[in-house]
Write a protein that binds this ligand. Sequence first.
Ligand code: S3P
Ligand code: PEP
Length: 428
Amino acid sequence: MNSIRLNHTDVRVKGELTVPGDKSISHRAVMFGSIAEGTTVISNFLRGDDCLATMNCFRKMGVKIEDSNGDIIVHGKGITGLKEPKDVLYTGNSGTTARLLLGLLSGLPFYSVLNGDVSLNNRPMSRVTDPLKLMGAQTWGRENNNKLPISIQGTQLSAIEYELPVASAQVKSALILAGLLAEGVTKITGKIQSRDHTEKLLQQYGAYLSMDDNQIIVKGGQKLHSANVFVPGDISSAAFFIALGLIVPGAELVIKNVGLNETRTGILDVVRAMGGNVEVETIRRNGEPFGNIYVKYSDLTATEISGAIIPRLIDEIPIIALIATQAEGTTIIRDATELKVKETNRIEAVVTELSKLGASIEATDDGMIIHGKQKLKGGQVKTHGDHRIGMMLAIASFICSEDLILENADCIKISYPNFFQDLKSIVQ
Ligand SMILES: O=C(O)C1=C[C@@H](OP(=O)(O)O)[C@@H](O)[C@H](O)C1
Ligand SMILES: C=C(OP(=O)(O)O)C(=O)O
């Protein structure tokens, strides 16, 4: 798919859809299943490029993983049963794969090399390699251990107490995995308030973690047992349809079986604060909760987004920016410098591409300022190879007065392979 022409003027948006499985949970279900003892069955696994990269890395370390009748079956090797890979482990575009693997591989007794695509090889890794070094890890990477490719000589790690300087679930998870393999008790404090899928899922695989609002404690030398994991729909994918429902006049949508983990639902709080008509019906409350989301077209007003809510909606900021173009008043997003180190610099990409469509939007050092309500006109825009920028722009086409031409839309399959089919299913 090179470039696609989208025109959705005068269409009706109505219906029901189910978004694919959560990306963060899918990665972790395969990783933890691989290092557990016994057979793990994962249903509703996301077959996006990022999670397929994780699956391939574990296959290269000797784990048998089958795709059977819609489920993924992982034949776990036990925590120390992985084998030295004979080839480079290719982590593609996926920060989650690379950073969590750094934590795990540092503590396993073999040599491995991680490499990614052009985007991932530009993203910072020292946020993980620095604390791992304090645990005794041996890693060698470009730019002083900060960039892939990174090679790892696994070794016996020692537990540390570490204060997280950045609210990153990937760093937190890498240290929890390293902590499971380390000698002693690892204590993680500081900015631990980020998505908690690692903590929740590891417990489902039989690990014991002690946690409260201020710290996570992991005892080394624990074994994991296999689990049956149902992966709820990804709220980060549902976000594009929540936006569509809110901004297209007359729209009405039901998005089914969406993950509602509190550490991920910041977008629901934000759109409600903007006056969005969004209702949630919870189906499961324990473990990883999920439910149905009902959205209707709404008159929206601007809001301010900053502070503790940012990690709860970090991946949704591009689509929230589009929603804000359709809200009366000035929306301000602050404290979001992390956006600069995602698949692309998302502050720059959002501002550049939405400006081309006629939005009134400015970049700031740590976020953006969006003036609404603004009509969008259409034009030629780019994904920057970033799946979330691509889907945001595809949704923008519904409120453009002319054609929108989207270049390089192929990257959308990183997190949502059937995005355009699902979109078509609710357009009349
Ligand atoms: O742990 C995870 O699954 C993720 C954590 C977040 O990244 P950071 O840990 O860099 O904040 C998020 O942006 C990414 O899409 C997935
Ligand atoms: C940032 C993302 O993923 P990752 O860090 O795993 O590449 C994302 O999916 O928006």
